[in-house]
Design a protein around this ligand. Structure first.
Ligand SMILES: [Zn+2]
Length: 162
């Protein structure tokens, strides 16, 4: 079956520079003399923020994410959503969202999960046999067998060696 893993949780916010006369100290230029300071100008732009690792306990202490949380995905998602909610309170933040990278792999063979499209299923070169349909996995026999059982389709014909 299809296993989905999520990774690289990120918060993306849209900054509108001109809205509140955002000082450039907001970008980390904090040591400028008063006369050399200025305001951020330009069109709205997006900023991507990586959350602090779950295992980063502060004060120089660090453990693996697995030790810090039983459900790493949910914990990163919660953390990112909390970050976003907090960041949205700033008037120069116009909007934002939480994203992650999803990877789908086969639980049997660990290859990337791919299935036949309707077009591919119509092409005999892509079909295992006449029972191949749209949505059938392509990675391995076990995944195909599982799909066919779930969908009430006849099993693939196996070459039986005596
Ligand atoms: Zn597989």
């Amino acid at each position: 079956m299809k296993n989905t893993t999520r990774d690289e949780w990120r918060v993306i916010i849209e900054i509108r520079p001109r809205y509140t006369h955002t000082p450039i100290s907001a970008l980390g230029f904090t040591n400028l003399d008063y006369d050399l300071d200025g305001e951020i100008d330009g069109d709205p732009f997006e900023l991507t923020i990586a959350p602090r690792r779950l295992g980063d306990l502060g004060a120089g202490l660090s453990v693996g994410d697995q030790l810090a949380s039983r459900d790493i995905d949910a914990a990163y998602k919660r953390r990112c959503e909390a970050m976003l909610a907090e960041l949205l309170r700033a008037p120069h933040v116009r909007g934002g969202r939480v994203t992650c990278t999803e990877t789908h792999t086969c639980s049997h063979c660990s290859l990337l999960w791919e299935v036949l499209t309707a077009e591919e299923a119509a092409d005999p070169r892509n079909r295992q046999d006449e029972h191949s349909v749209e949505g059938e996995p392509v990675c391995c026999g076990k995944a195909i067998a599982e799909f066919r059982t779930e969908h009430g389709l006849p099993a693939e014909q196996q070459d039986v060696t005596p």
